[in-house]
Design a protein around this ligand. Structure first.
Ligand code: MN
Length: 218
């Protein structure tokens, strides 16, 4: 039983063919898929537009597997509707995966960061302006430095690690996304699955409790 864990695809309005082909390639060998947040991106399209977009060509592939959809901060539950069942069998804000006797606590991770405070204390227009700015910086930064750009947000991984320490005590690993900074921290039992945008493809494959972390270019 192979479980694919992927987060932060931030799918926008337009179909990016290399990204679409890459996603098909990594979904195909999996029996179970866990989408760990920020699957589509509210900054670029509504949920209605997303389910009608060419990205829906991925939905059948996901439904042929067992797919768990965990909401992130760019694809919040309140922005979705029942059509989440077009690509997933179950949804939530966290999920505990059992594999080969090991247990993994999965959650997008944003609720443990400043992002959630900003969301609750400002309005959506201001938040969206912030998103546009950070997307621009990320696009430029990754064009210049590739995935090394994300070293800059390592401290946010540390913050999530501290705030999820109870879950990492009770499970073998906590697996988050959100920061786009891929990490495998065995001593702290913390994994960040990374990002899937700007040509950087990062994901985890779990089989019999063993985690493999991948970082490719698409
Ligand atoms: Mn996020």
């Amino acid at each position: 039983m192979k479980t694919l864990i992927i987060s932060d695809t931030h799918l926008g309005k337009e179909l990016n063919i290399p990204k679409y082909d890459y996603l098909r390639t990594i979904i195909e060998p999996a029996d179970t898929v866990i989408i760990n947040g920020d699957f589509w991106d509210y900054i670029y399209q509504s949920f209605d537009e997303f389910v009608l977009s060419p990205w829906n060509k991925l939905f059948d592939l996901l439904k042929e597997r067992r797919t768990v959809y965990l909401y992130g901060n760019h694809d919040r539950e309140e922005w979705c509707d029942d059509r989440v069942f077009q690509f997933s069998d179950s949804q939530g804000d966290h999920y505990v995966l059992k594999s080969g006797g090991a247990s993994f606590y999965l959650t997008h991770g944003h609720i443990y960061t400043l992002t959630e405070i900003i969301h609750n204390r400002t309005n959506l227009t201001l938040e969206k302006i912030g998103w546009y700015c950070s997307d621009f910086v990320e696009k430029m930064g990754t064009a210049l430095l590739g995935e090394d750009f994300y070293v800059l947000v390592q401290e946010i991984n540390e913050e999530i690690k501290r705030k999820t320490s109870l879950m990492s005590k009770n499970n073998d690993f906590v697996i988050c996304g959100h920061t786009h900074r891929a990490e495998f921290d065995t001593p702290h039992r913390f994994i960040n699955s990374g990002v899937n945008r700007y040509g950087i493809g990062q994901y985890l494959m779990i089989e019999d409790g063993e985690v493999s972390q991948y970082s490719v270019r698409y």
